[in-house]
Design a protein around this ligand. Structure first.
Ligand code: ADP
Length: 529
């Protein structure tokens, strides 16, 4: 005898079969209402969900399942009206069981017709409490994680600020002593102080940056960047380090190659890889930088002829603080550069990898999305740190007002400006005093700290920009706060430059000369948020 076809099971009375199906479904409450909303059928799912037996609930109005205030507000009648008018009413909300407990329900109400005659409503209810609880837990976990991350970033930025302030004095004064012509035996000691200070500064910057990327608060500004000039700049900056060890650097990048990247971040990555290629190279070695485009990716290769990396150590290369034993070789470094580079490259939708042969050399490969080629604009070839003769001349007999309350910093900047005898420096150790002096003395430039005893740096900048008498004076922020959003906010509010302490002698003089020579147009600034 053959098995019956599925349809045969209900073939004797399809309606009875269908009723059996509805009555047996346990996951959904499925029941009928009459046109006024009174309950006329009840299935086992409804009994399970709402905990009423059929004999207890038939004939009752369905508003019995709603929280009292909703039932009394006429919500149930409105739902039936909407279902009738539009063919369906659906919502999620709290419903009450027979024992008074609540559950989160998904409800669909459908009007029922026999021919043209409206005979009532079908109501299907599902218990979504579990899903809602999971979503709630997920939302809460996400919000807690975001808070923790934010707290971590803020903590790091505070720590970095606290560390930078004393470093400003250490590096600045050591640099001044060096500029003043120390005794022969003092020279080495001073360069030891400067090297250690630089090392500490790099550490602080890298840790701050890694934590910002991990907290997802790193602002990346992706645009179409011409790769040739970026590589040229990197090679130019690294030449002195290479020359000191007789290492030659060559680069081969097609002039029209463009990448989709954050120029500053990409330059940081390249600087790091090229400086490693020099640091871990042999004397008289070579470094080759090349770039090619394949499809929608650009590949940058940096190859060196250095000591290479053992295969077993390759997985550790991008681990923070792992120097693979380089610390024993007396080569300076923090072990953070590649960890940071990897995060930066990945944040630009790129990839970084390497191949290496011990004793022969290493090749780092950075792949980034290509951008469509555009006309290459001429780039300013002047290496950073050099000043045009015009700018230097324009700085003659100028007045700079420094608003800062930390005596050591005041003394340091005074010492640095000692290199520019033509500049007169005025200092104000309070914000209000600084504003008054700016109005009276009309300096050619203002250096402004962020944390003053009476007013904040934001406040002083806003007041300077709001006053027609001081609006045109260029303001350079000089601060230990290195957060990019802060930097952007101050630049948008009208500062011409945002220098972070410890500021190097050449950087400060360069900025002062540039802005005294080219004061800004007095466009109305935006407020600091
Ligand atoms: P570091 O500050 O120590 O240079 P990085 O994160 O830049 O830190 O690099 C991590 C380690 O990887 C280095 O300490 C070094 O041992 C190794 N390394 C990096 N680049 C090279 C290279 N071009 N050749 C050989 N070893 C390298």
């Amino acid at each position: 005898m053959s098995d019956p076809k599925p349809d045969d099971w209900f073939s004797e009375d399809p309606e009875a079969g269908f009723r059996l199906l509805v009555e047996s479904v346990r996951e959904y409450a499925i029941f009928r209402l009459d046109p006024k909303g009174f309950i006329v059928t009840w299935n086992s799912g409804a009994e399970r969900l709402k905990r009423y037996r059929a004999s207890e609930i038939l004939g009752k109005h369905f508003s019995i399942f709603y929280p009292r205030e909703e039932a009394e507000s006429g919500k149930c009648e409105r739902e039936l009206e909407i279902a009738l008018a539009t063919g369906k009413y659906e919502e999620e909300g709290w419903r009450i069981r027979q024992d008074g407990t609540r559950f989160w329900a998904n409800v669909v109400i459908t009007p029922l017709f026999e021919g043209d005659r409206h005979v009532g409503f079908g109501k299907v209810t599902r218990d979504m409490t579990e899903r809602r609880r999971n979503e709630e837990q997920l939302r809460q976990a996400r919000s807690e994680a975001e808070h923790a991350n934010q707290a971590k970033t803020e903590f790091l930025s505070r720590v970095s600020h606290e560390l930078r302030t004393p470093l400003t004095a250490i590096l600045g004064f050591a640099e001044l002593l060096q500029a003043e012509g120390p005794r022969k035996d003092q020279e080495n000691r001073l360069s030891a102080i400067l090297n250690a200070g630089d090392h500490l500064l790099n550490l602080i910057n890298d840790v701050l940056e890694i934590s910002r990327i991990e907290a997802g608060r790193d602002d990346i500004h992706i645009s179409a960047v011409p790769l040739g000039p970026l590589v040229g700049e990197t090679v130019g900056l690294m030449q002195p380090l290479a020359r000191s060890r007789d290492i030659s650097i060559s680069s081969d990048v097609a002039p029209d190659l463009m990448v989709e990247a954050d120029a500053q971040r990409l330059s940081q990555v390249l600087l790091n890889i090229v400086s490693n290629a020099i640091k871990y190279n042999r004397d008289k070695g070579t470094v080759d930088v090349s770039a090619t485009r394949a499809g929608d990716r650009v590949t940058v290769r940096v190859s060196d002829t250095g000591m290479g990396i053992e295969e077993s150590m390759l997985p550790r290369v991008f681990e923070p603080f792992d120097r693979l034993g380089a610390e024993r070789l007396n080569i300076s470094g923090t072990g953070l550069g590649l960890a940071l580079s990897k995060r930066l490259v990945e944040s630009m939708q790129g990839r970084i990898s390497l191949t290496s042969e011990p004793g022969v050399g290493t090749t780092f490969v950075v792949e980034i999305p290509a951008a469509e080629q555009a006309l290459v604009e001429p780039v300013d070839e002047a290496p950073s740190g050099t000043r045009s003769a015009g700018a230097a001349a324009a700085a003659a007999t100028a007045t700079v007002l420094y608003i800062e309350d930390n005596l050591a910093n005041v003394e340091l900047v005074q010492g640095m400006l000692g290199q520019r005898p033509e500049i007169q420096i005025l200092t104000a150790m309070q914000g209000q005093l600084g504003l008054d002096m700016a109005r009276q003395a009309r300096p050619d430039l203002i250096l402004l700290d962020l944390h003053l005893p009476d007013l904040t740096g934001e406040h002083v900048l806003q007041a300077l920009k709001a006053d027609p008498e001081t609006r045109a004076i260029p303001v350079i922020m000089l601060t230990a706060d290195a957060l990019p959003e802060q930097r952007r906010a101050f630049l948008e509010a009208g500062a011409v430059e945002y220098l972070t302490k410890p500021v190097r002698l050449a950087t400060l003089l360069d900025a002062i000369d540039t802005h005294i020579a080219h004061p800004p147009a007095s466009a109305p600034p935006r407020p600091v948020p």
